[in-house]
Design a protein around this ligand. Structure first.
Ligand code: PZK
Length: 305
């Protein structure tokens, strides 16, 4: 059996784990409530809402480097939570764990997170397509009749979602509901920022032959400044479609996870019991797709250069 080159579990000894997501782990550096946070993107991969038993080698590095690319791309327009992603600048206490951190982690400012996911959709897909079929609207925004699945929308729309804690799906909510949670000033700021970021990012993606169908942002606040947080514009938080294969009227293949989904369908996994492992060929092809996304978006061939 060859050894597993993927990192699925992190362990930083005494450093307290703050939260574990499906893919990312967050640690607290120093005493709450003001300490910085350490974000680590593992090589875990989820499909059909389950974390699979097999990791994708380098996935965490690829997604971290993509987030850093976009934070940098957007930096004159919106401040972000990154302090450093250079392990040489990390506290000395983390030195023993360098191999778990290099290329896949960042130290970030701890913010007061807004409890709303800021989704922007330029195309109709996923839960947006479901809601439109049921009601003709998404998040209370009425849309023209006759749209097909994956069609481009007349203009990009802000479709917020409320975070649901216990593994459940986020729930699409109206802008009015956002105003009730955050008040009108922050709500308007998040909507305006989200639409503007989508506009800038989708233009860059288009120039690289990719459609940015939709994406999810998370923002926090520090003092009175709204700050872009979490991961940004990665394939885990966004739908990217190759423009040359775009064919509305049905679902588009996932840029990154299609081999995984097809494999899981082919073995007729019931999508409930513990998720199965992946064959090495599916792992290798999926890894190649993440690298291709990285290459297309950043124009870089190496993760480290
Ligand atoms: C924060 N999450 C969501 C993401 C998880 C959970 N800069 C910040 N300050 C304070 N809190 C957060 C952030 C950010 N980003 C984000 N939870 C807390 C999340 C990934 C994995 F387990």
């Amino acid at each position: 059996m060859p050894s597993d080159p993927s990192l699925r579990q992190t362990d930083l000894g005494e450093t307290p784990l703050l939260a574990r997501g499906k893919v990312r782990d967050i640690y607290a550096l120093g005493p709450a409530p003001d300490s910085d946070l350490l974000f680590i993107a593992t090589d875990r991969i989820s499909a059909f809402d389950h974390v699979l038993a097999t990791g994708i080698p380098d996935k965490g590095r690829i997604l971290t480097q993509l987030s850093l690319f976009w934070f940098n791309f957007l930096r004159e327009f919106v401040p972000n939570h990154v302090i450093t992603a250079d392990v040489a600048e990390y506290p000395a206490s983390l030195a023993p764990y360098r191999s778990q951190l290099e290329g896949r982690s960042m130290i970030v400012r701890r913010l007061q997170m807004f409890p709303v996911e800021c989704v922007v959709r330029g195309y109709i897909s996923g839960s947006g397509w479901k809601d439109y079929q049921a009601t003709g609207a998404i998040c209370g925004i009425d849309l023209p009749a006759g749209l097909r699945e994956s069609d481009q929308l007349p203009q990009p729309i802000f479709t917020p979602a409320a975070k649901i804690n216990t593994g459940g799906h986020d729930e699409n909510i109206s802008y009015q509901q956002v105003e009730k949670i955050l008040g009108p000033v922050h709500s308007d700021a998040l909507r305006t920022l989200s639409l503007e970021i989508y506009d800038r990012a989708s233009k860059h993606a288009a120039s690289m032959g990719l459609i940015l169908a939709d994406t999810k942002f998370e923002f926090g606040i520090l003092g009175d400044q709204i700050i872009l947080a979490d991961e940004v514009l990665t394939p885990d938080s966004s739908r990217y479609w190759p423009a040359d294969a775009y064919s509305p009227g049905g679902p588009q293949p996932s840029f990154d996870k299609q081999f995984v989904r097809d494999y899981l369908e082919s073995i007729r996994w019931n999508k409930q019991t513990p998720a199965p492992a992946l064959p090495q060929e599916i792992v290798a092809r999926t890894r190649d797709k993440y690298l291709e996304a990285f290459h297309l978006i950043t124009g870089r061939t190496s993760l480290t250069a």
